[in-house]
Design a binder for this molecule. Structure first.
Ligand code: MN
Length: 428
């Protein structure tokens, strides 16, 4: 049983405290862009401490899930999605009201092109007609009590649409600063009706929660910031915003968040995720790697490793190393990968001797093991990611590269930069 606090996790993981106060106008960007972490710092004007670069590495993600390998973490995530555990509801912690509302959360302007200061680690909790959902959404802050929320057409959108169709605003409780296992659960997509906090409860071996002061929505004990409000019927322009790909996501009309009150726990910390940074890519990508691992594992003898690459925002490109028993296995792996992660655009399938974390090794495999006329898969007009500026309509062309060596001719394809006693040496 754990209280789900980010502070508790940071104390176990270790962190560095930054002296002084950080400017919410680009100062946080400069700090987090160093990649150093985890960091705990104070943003100018905000009453609560803040953490950043918490799960900016694969090792930190594994620690958050108490796993010793990627595959163990994938299996844990997948299993917990089908075996949610009830929350243990206890008394409300000592909360204070934030005097400057949403700005205190804290709201940060990251890049020149952003439409305003943003909250980037906000988990929206909504319960409507007995169905509870938790998911991460960016919030553009336009006033102490008003934000605009990017709601992609997934679960929160369905609850919102149902509420609005009955003439009601959707009550929401927004939570910032929680154990990263709760963020990972909220970034995964169990079917509608499975509450992501109960998935986190399984991941953490039990999760304590309390009822939020206004709506009575379940909130993990130890949360840093809690915002009570409504996703209203009204919409207004949201964006631009530099998203995971490092490009500007366009301005869209999105629901207005009306805030009743912002609370913080002075003993806890809030969380800022640097858009397009490593933590952003890990949190978005890792749960999708788990899905890809599951679908590809069904069609090939063994999946060695799955990587949603950092340069693609942990979202658009995958490299997957497999063991095959048939030359067609790599093509099936390509199809299964697209099924496992519908936003995936390009995928490269490699053999187990290729280091999926080394783009040079992957390129070498393409250079020496791939022939475009027989090893390329192109799927036109498939549903893609709205984050990709080259596919503005949402229709995209998917591409799969089979860069595995043909069975039976391994000797011609093996890494031959070897010398006695040292095996294969890196010469490039
Ligand atoms: Mn959901």
């Amino acid at each position: 049983m754990t209280d789900g606090s980010l502070r508790g996790f940071l104390e176990r993981l270790g962190f560095k405290r930054v002296e002084g106060e950080v400017d919410p106008l680009y100062g946080v960007t400069r700090l987090l862009a160093t990649g150093e972490g985890p960091l705990v710092f104070k943003v100018q004007g905000s009453p609560i401490e803040c953490a950043g670069n918490v799960v900016a590495s694969r090792e930190a993600v594994l620690k958050a899930l108490s796993a010793s390998s990627d595959v163990e973490a994938y299996e844990k995530l997948l299993k917990s999605m089908s075996s949610p555990a009830p929350l243990k509801i206890s008394g409300t912690p000592r909360l204070k009201k934030a005097p400057r509302g949403l700005y205190d959360s804290p709201a940060v302007k990251f890049y020149e092109g952003d439409g305003g200061p943003y909250l980037t680690s906000a988990i929206f909790v909504a319960c409507w007609k007995g169905v509870c959902n938790a998911s991460i959404h960016r919030v553009m802050v336009v006033g102490e009590r008003e934000g605009r929320v990017r709601v992609v057409p997934r679960h929160l959108w369905r609850l919102y649409r149902d509420a609005v169709s009955e003439g009601s605003d959707l009550p929401v409780t927004v939570v910032l600063g929680v154990h990263p296992a709760i963020l990972l659960a909220s970034a995964s997509s169990p079917r509608l009706g499975i509450f992501e906090f109960e998935v986190a409860s399984t991941l953490l071996g039990g999760l304590e929660a309390f009822e939020s002061p206004v709506h009575g929505n379940p909130v993990p004990m130890g949360a840093g910031v809690l915002i009570e409000g409504w996703l209203t019927k009204e919409s207004a322009p949201e964006g631009p915003f530099v998203d995971a790909t490092g490009t500007l996501d366009v301005v869209r009309d999105q629901p207005i968040l009306k805030v009743k009150a912002v609370y913080y726990d002075p003993d806890q910390v809030s969380h800022v995720i640097l858009p397009a940074g490593r933590e952003h890519a890990m949190l978005m990508g890792f749960p999708r790697e788990a899905q890809i691992w599951a679908t590809v594992s069904r069609v090939v003898p063994k999946v060695h490793a799955v990587r949603l690459t950092p340069a693609s925002g942990g979202w658009l490109h995958a490299v997957i190393s497999i063991e095959k028993s048939h030359d067609g296995d790599a093509k099936n792996a390509i199809m299964a990968a697209f099924a496992g992660h519908p936003s995936l655009k390009h995928v490269v399938i490699v053999d187990p001797d290729i280091d999926v974390d080394d783009p040079r090794d992957v390129e070498w495999a393409i250079a020496t093991r791939f022939q475009a006329d027989r090893d390329l898969v192109i799927i036109r007009n498939a549903r893609g990611s709205t984050l990709d500026p080259s596919a503005p309509t949402g229709l995209t062309t998917k591409l799969g590269i089979d860069a595995t060596k043909p069975l039976g001719r391994e000797a011609e394809y093996e890494k031959a930069t070897r010398i006695p006693g040292q095996g294969v040496i890196k010469v490039r």
